[in-house]
Design a protein around this ligand. Structure first.
Ligand SMILES: Cc1ncc(COP(=O)(O)O)c(C=O)c1O
Length: 339
């Protein structure tokens, strides 16, 4: 089976499983699991922040951040297609009672001028704007990478208006692999950063929320309330440490394979448009006569699996378990599709 549905489909390697198997564990609710502590310290150091908290998912790290940075009734500014709004089941509204101000923007990216223009005035009729959220890379924007200068300009707007600033960095390391920047550069910009271990980095479970000590202390309480406090979580944290140590350096391979398939698709008569391929997410549109359902079922007959994104639109995501020989197979199948 060739699975291009997501980079979350990877299975732990033998070496990762060995690291998990030999982990030293404790009870993380009592904060005495040494492997969880090591992972939290390691990830905070990578981002140049004071502290971190290990959580079961990226949805939870995002939701904890929203919960701490806002009060019920406040408004969050984010892109219309951001994961925190579009793909988290309305959790911001349900868990934190906030409303949203949804911005447009090329390939899922918001701009500082737009943020500034949408901060509500101090007027009792309007919700209080308290948080700005960005996503890098931007999933529904085709894995697009923000320019650091754009993120820094948004940070200036946040500072000037006393707004908190959260980064959904589920695929931050994919972005950094492309720009060659150090994660340390990001520390000063954001009040909190979420990173995922279970996407391009290949761990089976886990995300980290990273920020200052006071913020992370509050995050421990919110994680508990949301039901995300785990016990011998060191077995999972060991996979996370392995992922950070071994799987960041190879992310560019995934990007190269995504670009290769993107170039193949560009040549196909049944393709209307391929979004620029910046990282490991490839979004493309089929011509009108070829529905996404039919395209995907034709691929499925060849045991290639991917997801629809809407009418005529399909997403491929490359990852650790997607090899060169699978890429060649996909190429062969794409050439063979007559439409
Ligand atoms: C950009 C982004 N943020 C957050 C998440 C949520 O992660 P999880 O599936 O671990 O809840 C995802 C999941 O794909 C994502 O793509």
């Amino acid at each position: 089976m060739i699975d291009l549905r997501s980079d979350t489909v990877t299975r732990p390697s033998k070496a990762m499983l060995e690291a998990m198997f030999s982990a030293k564990v404790g009870d993380d609710v009592f904060q005495d699991d040494p492997t969880v502590i090591a992972l939290e310290e390691k990830s905070a150091a990578i981002l140049g922040k004071e502290a971190a908290i290990f959580c079961p998912s990226g949805t939870m790290t995002n939701q904890i951040a929203v919960n701490i940075h806002t009060r019920p009734g406040d408004e969050v500014i984010c892109h219309r297609n951001s994961h925190v709004y579009y793909y988290e089941g309305g959790a911001m509204m349900r868990n934190s009672g906030v409303s949203v101000c949804l911005l447009e923007g090329d390939r899922g990216q918001i701009r500082a001028s737009d943020v500034a223009a949408h901060i509500n005035p101090d007027d009792i009729h309007r919700p209080v704007t308290s948080l700005v959220e960005v996503e890098n890379t931007m999933n529904k924007g085709g894995g697009s990478v923000y320019l650091y200068s754009n993120l820094a300009e948004i940070a200036e707007v946040c500072k000037a208006n006393n707004l908190k600033y959260h980064l959904d960095g589920a695929r931050l390391f994919n972005a950094l692999a492309e720009t060659g920047e150090s994660p340390l550069k990001y520390a000063g910009l954001f009040d909190s950063v979420s990173i995922c271990l279970s996407k391009g980095l290949g761990a089976p479970v886990g995300s980290l929320l990273i920020g200052d000590k006071t913020f992370i202390k509050r995050a421990r309480r919110v994680r508990k309330i949301m039901g995300g406090a785990m016990r011998q979580a060191g077995y999972l944290a060991a996979a996370g440490i392995f992922a950070l140590d071994n799987n960041i350096g190879r992310l560019k391979e995934d990007h190269t394979r995504a670009r290769y398939i993107g170039a193949v698709l560009e040549k196909m008569p049944y393709i209307e448009q391929v979004l620029p391929v910046e990282t490991n997410i490839l979004i493309f549109n089929l011509v009108k006569r070829f529905s996404e359902t039919e395209f995907l079922s034709r691929l499925k007959e060849k045991d290639i699996h991917a997801l629809p994104l809407g009418p005529q639109s399909v997403r491929f995501v490359t990852h650790l378990d997607f090899t060169d020989s699978m890429m060649m197979k996909v190429e062969e199948v794409l050439y063979g599709l007559k439409h």
